[in-house]
Design a protein around this ligand. Sequence first.
Ligand SMILES: Cc1ncc(COP(=O)(O)O)c(C=O)c1O
Length: 431
Amino acid sequence: MNHWALRDHQLILHPFTRYRRELFNIPIVRGEGALLYADDGTTYVDAIASWWVNLHGHAHPYMGARIKEQLDVLEHVIFSGFTHPPAIALAEQLLRMLGLPYEQLFYSDNGSTAVEVAIKMSIQYWKNCGEDRYKLIAFNNSYHGDTFGAMAVSERDVFTEAFHQHLFEVDFIPYPTSENLEDVKYRLEDLVSRGNIAAFIFEPLIQGAGGMRMTKAAWLDELMLICRKYQVLTIADEVMTGFFKTGTCFATDQLKIKPDFVCLSKALTGGYLPLGVTAFTDAIARSFHSEDVHHTFYHGHSFTANPLACTAALASLELIEREKTYAKTLQISAWHQRAMEEFKAYPMLQEVRSMGLILAMDVQTSYQDYFYNNPIREVLYREFLKRGVLLRPLGNVVYVLPPACITEQQLKGVYDIMHEVFEQLNELKHG
Ligand SMILES: Cc1ncc(COP(=O)(O)O)c(C=O)c1O
């Protein structure tokens, strides 16, 4: 057994990784573009952008140079009572990109904290306004992160089971489809009309970890309109969707009704350093602009607005312009559309779908335990890895979400490997 893998196995507990005595994590020692290099010389195509974070590729020289430059100037400073140019420049740029109605933002460390901040601010907003609204609404099957507030508004399943008695009460409504839209609208209106709802949180256009489930902007607009009618705040969790995943820079760019909060993280820094952002409207901001101590937002993290992370985000935004990232993502989307037609030919693949950088499909399986004990997931994951492709199915949902820098040849290689594995599975089934 490889030296690094063995030490890792002895010393480190990994995220979302079920412990198995015989399973070892793969030591990656280098990255370049869409490729990852293991210490034994094996190369992997990173077809999921390292958990949806990477935008311009691994070890991009410009990203490295900008972060190193900042490292020699200021690596970190407390963000309470102090500020620094990268945080201000980034706030200016992000708010310009998001456009109105977003006028201020709050920095944190990752996607879960960006959500946590939105939840806390939405509840405190109502306290600051003197109204007793404290409950949240979320979609079934959603995923908003792993801190307690984020878990509370996420699907209650095996992933959160150990903590259920500690999670605050949330009203869940079904994710809208053409069949249930009217029912969802009815249920939402029934809930928001009760007067105790602070906010409605949702993943715009696509539920990521919940299995790459897509919905329509027009349906979300209808739901947001109902929230607006009853002054319920809306929180768009763009942690996954932000930065071109859905065909526009932000998924909310496709909505006519703009949410009160937008949460960003993951690809915000191009995938180089952890950073969370919660952007909000002037009305929210004003409720905290008071000399009354009860109106203060008492929340912060040691590394809030870390200058290196802010610089990485600024560098990534510069690269988006310089390397025409948007055009690249449109090209990938076109390749996905073509590939989709070929995957539709397999009877075992259902709901082959695509949106922006994402191509997804459900592998038919007789196992009902969708996420956890579904052996098809393990089989597919191992078979893809064996062939040098990092794809990490969500239960029986296989999806591709590459960094925008992936080449046509690399992406075609990923599709080819998927065909190879699906054909092998097909033969096993019929053999
Ligand atoms: C929609 C959404 N929100 C929040 C999170 C949590 O982000 P993080 O893992 O950075 O805490 C994720 C992570 O996958 C996500 O997909």
